[in-house]
Design a binder for this molecule. Sequence first.
Ligand code: ADP
Ligand code: ZN
Ligand code: ZN
Length: 734
Amino acid sequence: MSGETVGSRVAVALPVPLYGLFDYAVPDGSPVPEPGCRVQVPFRRQSLIGVVVGPGSADAPVSVRALERVIDATPLLETQTLRLLVWAAHYYHHPLGEVVATALPTLLRQGRSLDLFTCCWRLKAPEVPLDSLKKAPRLREAYQVLQLHDQRGAPEHILLLMGIQRRQLQQLAERGLAESFERPHEIAHSEVKLAQLPLIPNAEQQVAIEAIQSAQGFAGFLLDGLTGSGKTEVYLQAMQPVLEAGQQVLVLVPEIGLTPQTIGRFRARFHGPVVALHSGMTDVQRLQAWQSACLGEARIVIGTRSAIFVPLPRLGLVVVDEEHDLSFKQQDGFRYHARDLALRRAQQVGCPVVLGSATPSLESLHLAQQGRLTRLQLTERAGHAQPPRMQLIDLRGKKRDQGLSPELIQAMHHTLQAGDQVLVFLNRRGYAPVLLCSACGWQADCPHCDAHLTVHQQPAAHLHCHHCTYQSRFPAACPSCNSVNLLPTGVGTARLEEALRGHFADTELIRVDRDTTSRVGTWEKVYERAHREGPAILLGTQMLAKGHHFPHVTLVAILDADSGFLSADFRAPERTAQLILQVAGRAGRAHKPGRVLIQTWQPDNPLLHTLIEHGYHRFALNTLADRRKALLPPYRHAALLRAESPSHEQTQQFLRGAQARLLDQPGSKYLECWGPVPAPMERRAGVHRGHLLILAQERRVLHPLLADWWLALVQGPERRGLRVSLDIDPLELS
Ligand code: ADP
Ligand code: ZN
Ligand code: ZN
């Protein structure tokens, strides 16, 4: 075999929805590109950019097409990252080429070369008296940073990462004070300095910090601590020796948690290249941040879900903050879970990983019970803050005004009179969730979805589907009986705002939901108001629930706790409890104790009761016990086959066929199938959706069975006209 000289071949992962790798010949005389290098290749009638994964297979057809060009002389994706991607493609049963494409910033996917020259800045006139910049404090700041660097200059992307803007550099250049120049890129041994003394940890924080710091190689930790108990301080102190040893730290945060405040806390503690990676960045910014990370220059990388794939040659610690957050799971295309991959990555690299949350996912608690994660607890609020008190308000038999009970209104008056702020939480935007004909009972439904239309009043009264793009005018009369008695029924945030303005006419009120935040400046208004003392009402949906710091809020009102506990999805109670605690966590963050009032029609609901009386941990243990009895995840492993087509029958028939095929395989007796069933909202945006849930005790039994079956399914003729997907460890049964 080895004696044959057919020329070298490489196996390439291409960004196409096809399984398998594609072999290409390396032209004679060209060097063979290493795994991790990008290449451009002919594919059907196109020319595509892919990544070399390994040598081509020896028994591929003799005539394979030749590479068009090799883009990277040295691997763009180092071995560790490539290994993670290969593992993920295998585990999630997704084409490797698409997985690799997910990991790369757009510009690299398009074939742009990593810049080999770095744009740098240096001072032209280092002795200018700073007085001349007295009127321009930001320019002066930029000038002072450049002063710290000698005539070798500072790379522009590092300066940008330090918060200096390009405009300031250009203005310095216009004044003849600084100049830019290019120098060959080299890995700067970027230093990280402690810019601020760590706080003195309390006893629990101390235990946690020491446990993480003393880990040798891979170790997983679950940092289970109330909101405000000082988890971030634990991360910061655990990071310090890692950074001092010249290594890199990856911090994953939920989409909604990546605020300037979060990044600011890391930058305030550590002076050095702290890089953010999120979807709001331009392609060039992303490329720069990515490059800085993969050259080892960026020392702290803070990012949302997809940052799990950033190459980090000197990775020494991974942190996943708010590990229970749903945004870590990608819900379409390549459906990976960044928290699960974080565990895998830390294991592959051999470094510690810390999952932090005030309301840990049942998956992580289960891993802790099994001893695969070490649970570290923070049970007290750091500093002086007291945890909030939670109380239920029984709605039965009470007169309500737009969902507000008299007790709640009274409590709000009380709080506002004391000069404090109130947060009102309702997870339903719009004016009213239903439009009802009071004569015949007709309800306005979406013509494309199995859902009611929501009534909106802004800019004018109209109806709007929250599940597709359908909108319509407000009907003049009932289409079914012609009556004009059409009643907006139920309460959304817009209607609640109206009611609250009636009760608290003199109090400032800010509403935060998808409708108001689309207006520029809403968030700024919220932050500004929430950080200024004086009575105010903040009203909003779950956008308001996460991560924000509202120091003057002492009363949190949750208007409707019930719907979440009644849902058919077995994960709904867990999610509702997490949301309630997250909203509750907004109360009493500073020196004032907080109070949480939860309105319910079911004060005796055992889940709600446990949560209020005994806290999240007991709630979670009880829920885990229920899951164990029902043999549900995390006690069994799940995969969800989803299908969508224009007809109910086509969808169900496909799923039935798929099920029969799965159960036909040897070894299928170790599987259990639930379904096929229509999705809870079967028709959405005109397509009929259904699914089949597959459960198994062991992953190593489940995955091989899925692999062949799924390949046959996606490549087979039965799926024509349908959209199908396989979701491993699904979080939503919808
Ligand atoms: P979490 O991340 O758990 O919500 P934070 O780390 O944000 O909590 O801490 C909440 C507040 O308590 C912050 O203002 C933080 O500065 C403060 N804090 C944390 N640890 C300590 C400590 N050991 N001593 C004093 N204040 C602390
Ligand atoms: Zn009618
Ligand atoms: Zn719709």
